[in-house]
Design a protein around this ligand. Structure first.
Ligand code: ADP
Ligand code: TRP
Length: 323
């Protein structure tokens, strides 16, 4: 039974890209794997400096996971900052990480290009992520394609540490499904909280409909045959359709006589129905904030035990342990 770990930033409201690339798989794995799943609020702080927003998004992400079926009894489910051991390990790893390795980070360069202030925290983001993974000796990390380099950096850091101090960390492997590696947003670019192009999992009905109708397509007329392979509307549609429905829609695209507006209406209904049972569950959870806090407190306590074990070994190996 391998140990699977992944985290999600509460830097905004969670969207269907997060769901299909990461959350759905994680929830499935809880049945037959040792699962570690957490809300990475320290990471979100690299781009978000608003107390209320950070807090609200964090609680909202917890509710999303619970509503979608994550079972805190079967898993380790916690909020990153509730296990502060991770920041200690981050410092230790940071002292063993070359500047060059971090300077090559695509994610850092992309974020700066988008206007995020280049803080010290943003630059060392991958070290905190390495600490997240190595602290729990995780073996498999389900993520979208944008996180591949971060896992490679984690492996580099772990290998270097193991070479200097002897075998300490498990080397993690990314798990990236090819067909959902990058889910497009309504503008055709990667769907991302920071691009304002998302379809949110628990979006309000009117706003969801409006956003689906805005999905960018080419300008082919109704009668013209269309190409599903290059169409981001279809790329989103297929996430909600079984293979028969996908094939039928591909045929309708290729035959002509199908307007994009019609596809969008169908897509909206499919998204709305897909998340309906989870929406109901989320409303139930939201009625009892005390219970949610208790779940997170238990999750942190359970997880801290695992974190403390690794940290103790690491501190001993590097010469930081005296007692
Ligand atoms: P965002 O880019 O919206 O801030 P995160 O960085 O919190 O999302 O990503 C959480 C998880 O969801 C990661 O595993 C990431 O790779 C995945 N993910 C996010 N957006 C997409 C997308 N558009 N396509 C595929 N995977 C995605
Ligand atoms: N950097 C990841 C993202 O933006 C979030 C993350 C933080 C993460 N720590 C992690 C993902 C550990 C997997 C494992 O999506």
């Amino acid at each position: 039974m391998s140990r699977i770990l992944s985290g999600i930033q509460p830097s905004g409201v969670l969207h269907i890209g997060n769901y299909f690339a990461m959350m759905k798989q994680m929830i499935r794995f809880q049945e037959d794997h040792e699962l570690f799943c957490f809300i990475v609020n320290y990471h979100a702080m690299t781009s978000l400096h608003d107390k209320k927003e950070l807090r609200d998004n964090t609680v909202s992400a917890v509710l999303d996971f619970l509503a979608l079926g994550l079972d805190p009894e079967k898993t380790h489910f916690w909020i990153q900052s509730d296990v502060p051991e991770v920041t200690e390990l981050t410092w230790i790893l940071g002292c063993h990480t070359s500047l060059g390795l971090l300077e090559r980070s695509h994610s850092y360069k992309d974020k700066i290009a988008k206007g995020i202030q280049p803080s010290c925290g943003l630059f060392t983001y991958p070290v905190l992520m390495a600490a997240d993974i190595l602290l729990y000796q995780a073996e498999v990390i389900p993520v979208g394609k944008d996180q591949k380099q971060h896992i490679e950096i984690t492996r580099d850091i772990a290998e270097r540490f193991n070479n200097v101090y002897g075998d300490t960390f498990v080397l993690p492997a990314p798990m990236i499904s090819d067909d959902i590696a990058v889910i497009p947003g309504i503008d055709g670019l990667k769907m991302s909280k920071s691009y304002g192009n998302t379809l949110n999992i628990f979006e309000e009905e009117k706003s969801l409909k409006k956003k689906v109708m805005k999905i960018v397509t080419d300008s082919k007329g109704v009668e013209e045959p269309k190409d599903p392979a290059t169409c981001n509307l279809f790329a989103i549609y297929r996430l909600f359709a079984d293979s028969d429905k996908q094939e039928a829609m591909k045929d309708r695209y290729q035959q002509g006589g199908l307007g994009y507006g019609e596809v969008k209406k169908e897509l909206f209904s499919m998204i709305w129905e897909y998340f309906r049972p989870y929406r109901d569950k989320r409303e139930e959870f939201a009625k009892d904030p005390g219970e949610i806090l208790a779940i997170m407190k238990n999750g942190a306590e359970k997880t801290r035990k695992v974190a403390a074990e690794t940290l103790d070994i690491v501190k001993d190996r590097v010469g930081l342990k005296y007692l």
